[in-house]
Design a protein around this ligand. Sequence first.
Ligand SMILES: [Zn+2]
Length: 115
Amino acid sequence: MALLASYSDPADAALALDALKRGGVPHESHQVEEDGLEFIQIQVSDEEFDRACEVIEQHDTELMESRQEEHRRRSGCPTCGAPELSHRDDIDCSGSITGISSVMECKKCGRLFPR
Ligand SMILES: [Zn+2]
């Protein structure tokens, strides 16, 4: 067996294990303790190692992209995705019944949207 990856976050490990399962790569996972920290190690057979690496690399890329996308959606302009936003203090939402607490303006495309 060869050590493919080790994860300190069980959620990350679960996602990686799921990716391997979807990729049809036989694997084993063990919980290990090192210097008081718990890790989840994923092992694959030597023959499967290269293929498993590809699956994990692909998985990491997808994960990073989806996290960036999520971050962009949460923090940037909903229209163009620009992160430069300004807070429109001049628009008072305190009496709003819609639950909008403030209005943001995109510095790039000028879109106003609630936050
Ligand atoms: Zn914009």
